[in-house]
Design a protein around this ligand. Structure first.
Ligand code: NAD
Length: 455
């Protein structure tokens, strides 16, 4: 497609002008971005309602609120982050000084998914702007109203040679990927993540991959069961389970399983019954995903929920018991409002089973015991997570957010977002007032002398 190379060239020229490197320009852009979101709150909420039936409350806390908070945090720290960082120098480099300069990569491509269509496009963009880059955003085609509105708002707020939205499907992304970008930031599935990395490799373009997978949630026998049930019900069923860090499945200790299931069911009713009645529960994004998710209902037995409507693409919060690792629901990331429960007796066996699978994006531990928490943290590798909570780690600007292994490469949020989009340029500034002789080979006993310094 001509358009992508033409747009890319315009952005490249604009980047070369040096304008985006000016910190004042970045601050102005971030302020404009924040104002753009604030002043179009109603339209954004309507778009998300249309695409996913998200309630205004959910849209605010999981989309607008998160990006506005990221902008506020970035504006507060940007001067500090952009300043060259002075570092120590080695003893053998006496007289010199060391600095790390954070410099923008240039023109970056941000590819985002449909489940939090605003947040997952704008949060990386905040990092790209803060670091001084130009950016092309490719949002998901499965949330057309939000993508269209973002394209309109961005084009009214920023010149296309600085920030631009390219709408389209997989084919559009593939056309974009033929071009040489300076950085690619991708959020989406593991399968597409591999295609992105393959395409990026052809140009040696560095990537961040924010992927998914099955995130376990462990409820130990000493957990505060009431709080665990409530926080799990919230984190699993928010956005109808279409959250990359939602607890995918539960591992509950046998001693507390029956009590836990009873309280979990009560918590689900308490949190969602009214919302479902008012038709404010988030829907599944497409008929294809809806059919994929309801097919998973055949695993184990339904302990709660299980109703669905193809007309509204909604599925009730559903709990499955009697599930084992061979069931279809345990073969793929669920990405829907279905929560299977496995039980464990021996913690080592449970850890062993989790470790047989790809490294998860998130993991949650509900336990009052520091020792148990420590054992789990030490024995399972995963992107990040919470102890005695779910999902909340994602909203802290102080915690870099990302996966490991199959769940992703790299991390962002807060300072992490600035760092992701910055190359760290290391500079040694040498003194000219003296010249230590040790490195030069033309001295008597040169090797002997150098060995006195490097042991
Ligand atoms: P997806 O991988 O299907 O799509 C993501 C983006 O890639 C979209 O913009 C889409 O147009 C594009 N795309 C799709 N197929 C492509 C192809 N063949 N070639 C090039 N581009 C293509 O993901 P999705 O269904 O939109 O999102 C769900 C997945 O994303 C889940 O696995 C979830 O766990 C993951 N996710 C991860 C995070 C995170 O922060 N780690 C956040 C949200 C979602």
């Amino acid at each position: 497609m001509e358009i992508s190379s033409e747009l890319l060239n315009r952005q490249r020229d604009f980047f070369q002008s040096g304008k985006t490197k000016d910190v004042t320009y970045r601050i102005e852009a971030l302020t404009l971005l924040g104002n753009m979101i604030r002043s179009h709150e109603t339209e954004l909420m309507a778009a998300l309602k249309s695409d996913l039936n998200k309630s205004d409350f959910d849209t605010y806390i999981t989309e607008l609120g998160i990006v506005l908070e990221e902008i506020r945090f970035t504006l507060k720290h940007i001067k500090n982050w952009t300043a060259p960082r002075k570092v120590k120098t080695a003893f053998t480099q006496m007289g010199s000084k060391g600095y790390i300069y954070s410099e923008p990569y240039g023109v970056v491509l941000i590819i985002s998914p449909w489940n939090y269509p605003l947040q997952l496009a704008i949060a990386p963009l905040i990092g790209a702007i803060a670091a001084g880059n130009c950016a092309i955003l490719k949002p998901s085609e499965l949330t057309p109203e939000t993508s269209k509105l973002m394209a309109e708002l961005i084009s009214k707020t920023f010149p296309a040679e600085y920030i631009s939205v390219v709408q389209g499907d997989a084919e559009t992304t593939q056309t974009l990927l033929k071009e040489k970008f300076d950085y690619i930031f991708f959020t989406g599935s593991v399968a597409v993540g591999k295609l992105i990395m393959e395409a990026a490799a052809k140009h040696l373009t560095p990537v961040t991959l924010e992927l998914g997978g099955k995130s376990p949630c462990i409820v130990h026998h000493d957990a505060n069961i009431k709080l665990a049930a409530k926080r799990i019900a919230w984190g699993k069923f928010i956005n109808a389970g279409q959250t990359c860090v939602a607890p995918d499945y539960l591992y509950v200790h046998r001693d507390v399983k029956d009590e836990f299931i009873k309280i979990l069911t009560e918590s689900i009713k308490d949190l969602y019954e009214e919302i479902i009645k008012n038709q404010e529960f988030t829907r599944i994004v497409s008929e294809r995903h809806f059919n994929r998710v309801i097919n998973l209902l055949s695993s184990g037995e339904i302990l709660h929920g299980g109703n669905y409507s193809i007309d509204t693409l909604t599925i009730e919060p559903t709990v499955l018991g009697g599930v084992n690792w061979e069931d279809p629901v345990m073969q793929e990331e669920i990405f829907g409002p279905i929560l299977p429960i496995l039980e464990y007796d021996d913690a080592n066996t449970m850890v062993g089973k989790i470790n047989e699978n790809p490294k998860p994006l998130a993991l949650y531990i509900f336990s009052q015991s520091n020792e148990f928490q420590g054992t789990i943290l030490n024995s399972i590798s995963f992107g990040g997570g919470c102890i005695n909570d779910t999902v909340m780690h994602l909203s802290s600007p102080y915690l870099p957010f990302g996966g490991v292994g199959d769940s992703g490469i790299g991390a962002y949020h807060g300072r992490g977002s600035f760092d992701v989009f910055s190359h760290q340029k290391s500079i040694l500034k040498q003194t000219t007032t003296f010249d230590l002789p040790f490195r030069y080979p033309n001295r008597k006993d040169a090797l002997k002398q150098i060995k006195r310094f490097i042991k």
